[in-house]
Design a protein. Structure first.
Length: 613
């Protein structure tokens, strides 16, 4: 059992207090689980009554009573038979018996009691309920039992708890700021992307403005890849099922994939034979029926490109890059805007190299990730090394090769001068990885860039190159994606910048504001000059008051405004107004003003950071 931190113990205890309060108010509720989380806690309930905001207030009030009673958390162990009887006595067999079955034979079966409440639980908890100094219930959401859409949907009450009221207040302020920055809200307001039921949940439609951001990100990373000697490739969205059997994605990654597409002729023949859906599924699983798969990853196709021609050690490393769209089956309850989707485009690349080249190539990949983060002002991040869990069956390949790959990642991570942690069980099924976990401006963490070392797929596909000894050797494969996915990365950027993108990324970089209609002809001349210089711009020719034009530009998150009045027209100038500073920067000639904007675009200047020349 993983040892809990003091904060986790407070939150875990708060979840039990939540369940205590719910049962007092709704004795018919059936309980599932209530663990602590990174940001708080939750508990899942099966109840015919739908919890309301008013209910949450009542539950909070009852929780306060439980805490004031200063109930003691007591742990006790039982036999499996005694546990079954205790669960049945309390009328909680609907879900708790299933959770009891999850406990391996021979492991201790423990319960925790506080006051009248008893729950199957491994622990741990604080000693008394009064140790829970500050808590808040946040929301109610639907959650399928065990995260499976085939199971009943339960009601999940989310909450958070902290050691002090000050820390709780700070957390609530961060939550309010997070609501303002929510990429789903801003994406809709700024018309950056759209998700439509008619297209499908988890499938992102990039609008005209959002596509500008995506293209700028692609151009940025593509230029960095050219510097590092990558070659661009393109691969289809679908491939034969056998390809993914060889790679191991089918079956090792099966639960995260869309169902296979069976060839029409095969499907017709099976239908004529009276083959049931269950029989068809078994035939697919056992390899008796072939088909196609929406690609869950780009690597098998890049492997086939590498393997399509012979290679000498002199050719290595071979670096193949693609903005490749892949498809993953995410549970509908886990989908969230752009950050959790079913179809997404990775800035993907695969490096095929000799074993001697591995560390240098990993370093190049990590340097690329660091370049991305520094350009976008993401300076607060940590490194996580995902290792295999030797006791798990979800990994493929020889243990000795895993040891080599893990050792290489550890060695490079030590030279990064960045804090890193090792997390067993977090590796990809084919190899260990380094993930970059970025903290945004309000303290939330996001897993973005990743680098993976893979000795296994080259074995599974029997890849080779001719070495200096004129013999065949096996290359090592490195997978890397600095952004991770363009959808998720853009969603994070929207929230990180609160929609106030740096000028080089902004869908509209300059808005020209004529004070009266008299300045519109000159505004059109300036617009033409800006567009000729490839600056994205527009004119606000509305007849509103000038203050309304400024507010509209700021609401649209346009980085710069060129103000045109009688004086500017008379002198051939414009006054530059900065959205970030909400102030005028000064009056310049038209040419100087355009040059200033072009310089900031070229330098990829960050908002309120070195923007003033």
């Amino acid at each position: 059992m993983k040892e809990m931190t003091p904060l986790e113990e407070i939150r875990h205890s708060a979840s039990h207090v939540l369940a205590t309060a719910v049962l007092r108010l709704f004795p018919e509720a059936k309980l599932d689980i209530g663990p602590p989380t990174d940001s708080g806690f939750y508990y899942d309930f099966d109840l015919d009554h739908a919890f309301t905001g008013e209910d949450l207030e009542k539950i909070e009030g009852e929780m306060v009573k439980v805490i004031k009673e200063n109930q003691r958390f007591e742990r006790f162990e039982t036999t499996r038979e005694e546990a079954v009887e205790l669960i049945k006595e309390r009328g909680q067999e609907a879900y708790k018996l299933g959770r009891l079955e999850d406990i391996p034979e021979g492991d201790a079966i423990s319960f925790y009691r506080n006051g009248e409440f008893v729950d199957l639980c491994a622990g741990t908890h604080v000693n008394y309920t009064k140790k829970i100094k500050a808590f808040k219930l946040l929301s109610v959401a639907g959650a399928y039992h065990r995260g499976d859409e085939k199971n009943k949907q339960l009601q999940r009450i989310y909450g958070t708890a902290y050691p002090s009221k000050t820390e709780l207040a700070e957390h609530m302020e961060r939550l309010e700021e997070a609501k303002k920055r929510d990429h789903r809200k801003l994406g809709r307001e700024l018309q950056l992307f759209h998700i439509d039921e008619a297209v499908g949940q988890g499938l992102v439609l990039w609008t005209q403005k959002g596509s500008v951001i995506r293209q700028e990100l692609q151009d940025f990373i593509a230029e960095e890849l050219r510097k590092q000697g990558y070659s661009q490739v393109f691969t289809p969205h679908i491939g034969k099922l056998g390809l993914y059997r060889t790679s191991g994605h089918f079956p090792y990654y099966k639960e995260s994939q869309f169902s296979p597409v069976i060839e029409r002729e095969s499907m017709q023949a099976l239908s004529d034979e009276g083959c049931s859906c269950a029989e068809l599924s078994n035939k697919v699983d056992e390899g008796e029926v072939d088909g196609f798969l929406l690609k869950p990853m780009n690597c098998p196709m890049h492997i086939k490109i590498f393997d399509s021609q012979p290679h000498s050690y002199r050719d290595l490393p071979v670096r193949l890059a693609e903005f490749g769209t892949v498809y993953r089956w995410e549970q509908s309850g886990e989908l969230s805007g752009m950050t959790r989707v079913r179809g997404f485009t990775q800035d993907d690349a695969h490096i095929f190299c000799t074993e001697d080249q591995v560390e240098q190539e990993i370093k190049g990949c990590l340097d690329l990730v660091k370049t991305v983060f520094s350009t976008l002002g993401m300076s607060d991040y940590r490194v996580r090394i995902g290792l295999r869990d030797p006791d798990s069956s979800k990994y493929t390949g020889d243990a000795a090769l895993w040891d080599k790959a893990e050792a290489a990642l550890r060695h490079v991570a030590k030279g990064l001068d960045v804090p890193y942690s090792e997390e067993p069980g977090e590796a990809a099924f084919y190899g260990p990885k380094i993930d970059f976990v970025v903290k945004d401006v309000i303290g939330r963490e996001w897993q973005l860039g990743t680098v993976q070392v893979d000795y296994n797929l080259p074995n599974r596909f029997d890849l080779s190159y001719i070495g200096a000894d004129n013999q065949e050797h096996r290359p090592v494969m490195i997978h890397r994606a600095p952004f991770g996915s363009l959808e998720r990365f853009t969603g994070v950027l929207i929230e990180h910048f609160a929609g106030n993108f740096p000028v080089w990324l902004a869908p509209e970089q300059v808005r020209i504001l004529p004070i009266t209609d008299d300045q519109i002809p000159v505004a059109k001349e300036i617009e033409a000059k800006l567009k000729a210089a490839r600056v994205r711009c527009s004119i606000d020719s509305h007849s509103d008051k000038f203050g309304a034009k400024i507010r509209r530009a700021e609401m649209d998150r346009v980085p710069y405004m060129f103000v045109l009045g009688k004086n500017e027209i008379a002198e051939g100038n414009v006054t530059i107004r900065s959205r970030a500073d909400k102030a005028d920067e000064g009056t310049l000639s038209q040419a100087e003003a355009i040059d200033r904007i072009l310089t900031r675009i070229a330098n990829k200047a960050l908002p309120s950071s070195g923007e003033k020349a």
